[in-house]
Design a protein around this ligand. Structure first.
Ligand SMILES: Nc1ncnc2c1ncn2[C@@H]1O[C@H](COP(=O)(O)OP(=O)(O)OP(=O)(O)O)[C@@H](O)[C@H]1O
Length: 371
């Protein structure tokens, strides 16, 4: 088992490292450098196989895990690590409830690719989030765009903002449909060619990653289209505006092909690596095991498992800590004996004493995790 954080060094770390992006005005530079060196060198001897990742041909890194285990922090730290090597990197959050912007302490809610403040070579976008309030104030342009893509743009005007909303917000799978559609757009963008690495922060819903279910997605999109048409047909005033034949099969076919291309990329181990994020609890590990089984079933190439929030060692555990530590050891033990997870490369990321938030903390955390 890899050695973990030295608690003394850890205390020194994130709090001090938060300040390191800007050299101090008054503290002598040499002291600053020495603190920085301690921050950079100290802590963890965890082999994250980062060297292998850098040498590999992969361009896409898809991180997924149960809610709250730290997927966004891990994705952001990986993207930061690539960018710090000077590799142009894009991180995309596909979470319905985004926290990537909070992680970088920057507003990313516009859905566009924007440079991350204070980090060279790093760009970010949050996609897939449909904000009802914003949509209402901008006339439903995001949803309109999706409707356009499936040949139902004509629907947007006659339904009006409110009805459009009511209908689409109640459509199951809309969030995923929107996210996939946006991801396809991003991957196809000319601008995206400049990124050597693209890190995707994805929600794993249940134990599956719907990103891969292109077929299901297409069914959803088509179902959505049909629903829209049927609903509109029940409004007499709209009957003449359009009918089923308004759905443009050619447009649907273009979208289907684009999605198939993304799907293919995601299944190609030369292009994509899936990374499962978990925490050392029996429940999270059990779910990760199912998650890996479903990734394999989908032909998705997962090689690494990150166990996040592992307790640092201590010589003076309180009762609570030592009980917690035993529970953790039990959970970690499960991994090596698990048929699904046992074969994955294990990365242990320590529980640190401050939030992983803001560029300096992320920069530090990325060096701790990705070795
Ligand atoms: N190793 C760690 N040590 C300390 N805090 C951590 C660690 N990893 C994550 N956190 C903190 O835990 C919180 C949740 O992390 P994060 O947003 O990355 O989780 P998530 O799995 O993406 O959550 P969600 O699925 O709800 O979006 C954040 O406040 C983050 O700073």
């Amino acid at each position: 088992m890899a050695a973990l954080l030295n608690p003394t060094a850890r205390r020194l770390t994130l709090a001090a490292c938060r300040r390191l992006s800007t050299p101090p005005a008054v503290e002598p530079l040499v002291a600053h450098r020495s603190t920085q060196a301690r921050c950079n060198s100290s802590l963890v001897e965890v082999n994250g196989g980062f060297g292998e990742m850098v040498a590999g041909t992969q361009r896409y890194y898809v991180l997924g895990g149960k809610g709250g285990v730290g997927t966004t922090s891990m994705a952001a730290s990986l993207a930061m690590k690539f960018a710090n090597r000077g590799e142009p990197t894009l991180i995309v959050s596909m979470h319905p409830a985004h926290s990537l912007g909070d992680t970088f302490e920057q507003d990313l809610s516009g859905g566009n690719i924007v440079p991350v403040n204070g980090v060279d070579s790093l760009f970010a976008a949050e996609i897939g989030h449909v904000n009802t309030k914003e949509e209402s104030s901008n006339g439903g342009s995001f949803i309109r765009n999706i409707l356009d893509k499936i040949g139902l743009g004509v629907l947007a005007d006659p339904l009006g903002k409110n009805k459009l909303h009511e209908m689409l917000m109640k459509t199951p799978g809309l969030g995923e449909a929107v996210a996939i559609s946006k991801l396809v757009q991003i991957v196809e963008l000319q601008e995206s060619n400049k990124f050597r690495r693209i890190v995707l922060d994805t929600p794993a819903t249940g134990h599956t990653l719907n990103l891969l279910s292109a077929t299901t997605l297409m069914e959803k999109l088509l179902g959505m289209a049909n629903k829209a048409v049927n609903m509109a047909s029940s409004f007499p005033a709209l009957k003449s505006a359009f009918g089923k034949d308004q759905i443009d099969p050619a447009k649907i076919e273009v979208l289907r092909k684009q999605i198939a291309r993304v799907h293919e990329l995601m299944q190609d181990p030369q292009s994509t690596e899936f990374i499962i994020v978990t925490i050392p609890t029996v429940m999270a590990i059990t779910e990760s095991s199912r998650f890996h089984a479903s990734l394999k079933k989908d032909g998705a190439p997962a090689t690494r498992l990150i166990v996040n929030q592992v307790l640092p060692p201590s010589t003076s555990d309180c009762r609570f800590c030592s009980t917690k530590r035993k529970e953790e050891a039990r959970a970690l033990n499960m991994i090596s004996n698990d048929r699904e997870l046992g074969g994955l490369e294990l990365i242990q990321a320590p529980l640190v004493d401050v939030e992983v938030r803001g560029a300096p903390a992320l920069r530090f955390f990325s060096d701790v995790v990705w070795k």
